[in-house]
Design a protein. Structure first.
Length: 546
C-alpha cells in the first residue's frame, strides 16, 4: 500500500505517559513518535511491560485518569488532537472511527450480557440500527470471525465460550462499525493456529476493502512479518528502532531487536519413560453438558466436550494436549482435577478420586495444582502479589511462620523471573506476561507433584516464553513433576511435551510420542495444525475444510 506521508491518519508526537501512585511516579512511555497512514499497518513490538499497550490505550483515551497523565505529546487523528477532546467528543470516535481488540477478552466482555447484546450494542449506538437489523449483522460478523453455529451462540454468555471464541467475539465487536483505525492488541493470542490464519486473512481482507489503518501490538514476530508494513520496536517505554518490516527483520541494528528476533523456545522435552510410575490415569472419560430448551428447560441434547478419552500421565513426564479452541482440552484438564463433574474412573497415584467430594479432595490440592490461561481473571485484584502466593501456603502449610513464608514467596518470584520486591504490589500494576508469571509462582510455591498448565505461555512474548519453558523444565527435573500441558502453540508443546494427544470436538484424533507426531503425523487434521504452526501455509479454505 502506498503511504501518504504528508497527511497520516494518526500522528503520535513526543508522547509520554506517567502513572502516579502516591508519591511514586512510573514513566511508562517516554517521548515516542510514530505515524500511521490510512490503509497502513504499523506494529508496536516489544516484551511485556515495554509500553506497547499503554501507548495504544492512550490513543483510545482508556487509561485510568487521573492516575495516568501525559507530561508531553499529542495524538493527532485526522488532524484532531485526541488528548484535547472532551469526553463526549471522544465517545463519538471511540468504537466507531477507532476500535480496539483487547488482549484479555474475558475482562473486556460483560459477563451479564449475551453475545448478541454486546456486539449488537455497537451497531445500535453508533449506526442507529434496529434490533432486527443488528441481529442480522451480528450473525454475519460471528460467521466472519469463525464462530461455529453463530445463531446458536447469540444467546451465549462469555463464560460459556472458550478463550479463543471470546477473542473472536471481541474481533467481531471491533470490526462491527468498519472503523478508520483498528488497534489490535495481541489479536490472536488466544487462538489456535488454523483459526489464527483465518483471522489474519480476515483482518487483511477487511483492511483492503475498507482502506482501514491498523496499529498491531503483538509479541508474535511471525504475525508482524506477515501483516505489518512498518515496525516500531519498544523497550522500557522507548522506541529503540523503527523502519520498514523487511529492513528490521533482515538487518536489525539495535541489540534489543536482534535479541527479540533470536528468541524462541528451545531445548528438549523429557525422554519418554514407560517405566515411570503413573501419577494420573483416566479411562473412557466423558464430560457431557446438557442442552436445555423451552419453557420447562428440557434436555434436548448434549455438548460432548470430552467423549470417551483415556490417558496415562507418568512421573517426570509431560503430556501435551493440543487442538483448536473448543476441542475440549481445558475441559479435560478440569475434569482430571475434579473441578467439574465427569463420568469414568480417574486415579491419582493409584487411588480412585472420581468419587471424592470437595472436602475429600482438599488434602490433595497441594499436590495437584493448576495455572490458568487468563492470569488477570485468576488473580484477586484486592490481594497483593505476596498475599496471592501466600494463600496456598497458609492453607496447606500452616506450620510455616511469617518469615519462612516470605522467604518461600521471594524464592518463587525469583524462579519465575520477577523481583522479590514485587511482593507488596498488586496485579493491575503488572503487564499480562508478568501476571502469568505470578500465577505460575502461586502454583509452584507448594511444590506439587502434578500441574495442569492451561495455555501458560499464550500471553507472553517470545523471549519470556523461552524463559518460562526453561523454568518449567528445570522445576520438572528438580521435583520429578508430572505436567499436563494444554496449548495451541505447537512450538512450545514441541519444546516441553514428550507425549502428545491431538483433540478435536471432544475426541482423540491422534496420540503418540511427541517426536513421532511432529515428524510423521498420520491424520489430516494433525497435519493441518502442524502446517499452520510451522509453515503458515494453510489457506482459509484448507483450514475450514479440515
Amino acid at each position: 500500500m502506498t503511504r501518504d506521508a504528508s497527511s497520516p491518519l494518526v500522528a503520535v508526537r513526543d508522547l509520554s505517559v506517567d502513572f502516579r501512585a502516591g508519591a511514586r511516579v512510573t514513566h511508562a512511555v517516554k517521548r515516542i513518535s510514530f505515524d500511521i497512514a490510512k490503509g497502513e499497518t504499523v506494529a508496536l513490538v516489544g516484551e511485556s511491560g515495554s509500553g506497547k499497550t499503554v501507548s495504544a490505550l492512550s490513543v483510545m483515551r482508556l487509561l485510568p485518569y487521573p492516575a495516568a497523565s501525559h507530561p508531553s505529546g499529542e495524538i493527532l487523528f485526522a488532524g484532531k488532537d485526541l488528548l484535547a477532546l472532551s469526553d463526549k467528543e471522544m465517545r463519538a470516535i471511540r468504537g466507531d472511527r477507532i476500535s480496539m481488540i483487547f488482549q484479555e477478552p474475558m475482562t473486556s466482555l460483560n459477563p451479564l450480557h449475551t453475545i448478541e447484546k454486546q456486539v449488537g450494542e455497537m451497531l445500535i449506538v453508533h449506526r442507529g440500527m434496529t434490533e432486527a437489523r443488528a441481529r442480522e449483522r451480528v450473525l454475519e460478523l460471528l460467521d466472519q470471525v469463525g464462530i461455529q453455529d453463530p445463531e446458536g451462540r447469540l444467546g451465549s454468555y462469555p463464560h460459556q465460550l472458550s478463550g479463543g471464541q471470546r477473542q473472536r467475539v471481541m474481533i467481531a465487536m471491533a470490526l462491527a462499525n468498519e472503523p478508520d483505525l483498528l488497534i489490535a492488541d495481541e489479536p490472536t493470542t488466544a487462538l489456535d493456529v488454523t483459526i489464527q490464519a483465518q483471522i489474519l486473512e480476515l483482518l487483511a481482507r477487511l483492511q483492503g476493502e475498507l482502506h482501514m489503518a491498523m496499529l498491531l501490538i503483538t509479541h508474535d514476530l511471525g504475525i508482524v512479518r506477515r501483516m505489518a508494513e512498518r515496525v516500531n520496536v519498544m523497550t522500557q517505554g522507548e522506541i529503540v528502532e523503527a523502519g520498514r518490516t523487511a529492513d528490521i527483520f533482515d538487518r536489525p541494528q539495535h541489540p534489543y531487536t536482534r535479541h527479540l528476533i533470536a528468541s524462541e523456545p528451545k531445548g528438549d522435552p523429557p525422554a519418554e519413560d514407560e517405566t515411570a510410575p503413573v501419577v494420573l490415569e483416566a479411562k473412557n472419560l466423558k464430560v457431557w453438558f446438557p442442552i436445555k430448551r423451552g419453557f420447562l428447560r428440557r434436555t434436548v441434547g448434549h455438548v460432548k466436550a470430552v467423549n470417551g478419552l483415556s490417558l496415562k500421565l507418568r512421573q517426570g513426564q509431560t503430556l501435551g494436549v493440543v487442538g483448536e479452541s473448543g476441542s475440549g482440552k481445558t475441559t479435560l484438564g478440569l475434569a482430571l482435577l475434579r473441578l467439574i463433574s465427569s463420568e469414568g474412573p480417574i486415579a491419582y497415584v493409584g487411588k480412585r478420586i472420581d468419587g471424592l467430594g470437595f472436602k475429600q479432595m482438599r488434602p490433595l490440592r497441594r499436590e495437584m495444582q493448576i495455572v490458568f490461561q487468563d492470569p488477570y481473571g485468576s488473580l484477586s485484584p484486592r490481594l497483593s502479589v505476596g498475599q496471592i502466593i501466600e494463600e496456598g501456603l497458609r492453607i496447606q502449610k500452616p506450620d510455616l511462620d511469617p518469615e519462612a513464608r516470605r522467604a518461600r514467596i521471594a524464592q518463587a518470584l525469583e524462579e519465575v523471573g520477577l523481583d522479590p520486591a514485587a511482593h507488596d504490589r498488586y496485579p493491575h500494576e503488572f503487564s499480562g506476561g508478568q501476571r502469568q508469571r505470578i500465577a505460575i509462582a502461586r502454583a509452584m510455591v507448594l511444590e506439587p507433584k502434578f500441574v495442569m498448565l492451561d495455555e501458560p505461555t499464550s500471553a507472553l512474548d517470545l523471549s519470556v516464553q523461552a524463559q518460562i519453558v526453561d523454568l518449567l523444565r528445570d522445576l520438572q527435573r528438580r521435583h520429578n513433576l508430572a505436567y499436563l500441558f494444554i496449548s495451541h502453540d505447537l512450538k512450545v508443546v514441541r519444546a516441553l511435551a514428550n507425549h502428545v494427544i491431538v483433540m478435536r470436538r471432544g475426541e482423540v484424533v491422534e496420540e503418540g510420542p511427541a517426536r513421532e507426531i511432529f515428524a510423521r503425523p498420520r491424520e489430516a487434521y494433525t497435519k493441518a495444525l502442524l502446517a499452520a504452526a510451522f509453515e503458515l501455509k494453510v489457506t482459509h479454505a484448507e483450514a475450514v475444510a479440515t
